[in-house]
Design a protein. Structure first.
Length: 62
């Protein structure tokens, strides 16, 4: 699964919820494609239920 976080950091207190790996996400930033698949990079996203947060870019693909 994919963690949706309130801040771009891995910590117990930043977890909003867990999403399926194949979840559809709307990216809320520009130049996001350069971050895809890169370790240490984060993407600001919104899920289909409207929850906003950050996901690890190294788990995301187009």
């Amino acid at each position: 699964d994919l963690a949706l976080r309130s801040q771009p950091v891995v910590a117990d207190n930043t977890l909003i919820k867990r999403l399926p790996l194949q979840a559809d996400l709307l990216v809320l930033e520009t130049n996001w494609e350069a971050k895809l698949g890169k370790e240490g990079q984060w993407l600001k996203v919104k899920d289909v239920e409207g929850a906003e947060g950050y996901v690890a870019a190294w788990f995301v693909s187009k």
